[in-house]
Design a protein around this ligand. Structure first.
Ligand code: ZN
Ligand code: FE
Length: 238
């Protein structure tokens, strides 16, 4: 299984997961054009569109891609009325399987009520949308602080080796916030060094890993709901 990073819109990432027979899934196509370009160039069969949540910068390319390739759209069951053209409704903890793709669905509300993570456990990769970012977490739009805290707790349980692919390139700004409130963290300083190097070479800072995030992401390092909530408020005004 191969994962390709497709830049979309301003700072969104969409991803292609490709199996040995050139079947592909696209995760969160914010727009269709760059995805279609890659699919055509590489002769892929784009069978599935996986949506982590219903925000337009994650589903904006859905209908054009579906129209062109007949791809099936997957999303959380409760988002059936706000992900247009949805074909496959997913439940928390279900294993979705097709071709060589096999992913566990983890419901992680907070950013939106229907937010899910696609965890490809055989490949040890997780698509976390706008819930877990590299060195950050999503804004809480539809849930409570507790929802988001619990959702991050679920992601913290994934194996450390898991590669995390998130919805946006927010890493540098996130790193400044982490450093501001965690000045002595050497792992964080080392990670920032690598982040800067990637960005200077025009490369994504993605994927990160659960191990790195546990060591460096201040939102995952928060021990209590109170501590987490305070950090979330501070970040909203950072
Ligand atoms: Zn979002
Ligand atoms: Fe987003």
């Amino acid at each position: 299984m191969k994962t390709e990073i497709i830049k979309c819109l301003q700072d969104n990432y969409s991803y292609l997961i490709i199996d040995s027979k050139k079947n592909a899934c696209v995760v969160d196509p914010g727009e269709a054009e760059p995805v279609i370009k890659f699919v055509e160039k590489n002769n892929l069969k784009l069978k599935y569109i996986l949506n982590t949540h219903h925000h337009f910068d994650h589903i904006g390319g859905n209908s054009e891609i579906k129209k062109k390739y007949g791809s099936k759209i997957l999303g959380y069951k409760d988002d059936k009325d706000r992900i247009l053209g949805i074909d496959i409704l997913l439940n928390d903890n279900e294993i979705w399987k097709s071709d060589e793709f096999e992913a566990k669905i983890i419901h992680i509300p907070g950013h939106t009520s229907g937010h899910i993570c696609f965890y490809f456990f055989n490949d040890q990769i997780a698509f976390t949308g706008d819930t877990l970012f590299s060195l950050g977490c999503g804004r809480i739009f539809e849930g409570t602080y507790r929802d988001m805290f619990n959702s991050l707790e679920k992601l913290k349980q994934l194996p450390g080796i898991t590669r995390v692919y998130c919805g946006h390139e927010y890493t540098y700004n996130n790193s400044l916030f982490c450093l501001e409130y965690d000045r002595e963290n050497l792992d964080l300083k080392n990670k920032i060094f690598k982040i800067k190097d990637n960005l200077q070479n025009n490369k994504p800072t993605i994927p990160t890993t659960i191990k790195d995030e546990l060591a460096c992401n201040i939102f995952l390092r928060a021990k209590t709901l109170e501590e987490f909530s305070k950090l979330r408020d501070l970040k909203d005004n950072f």
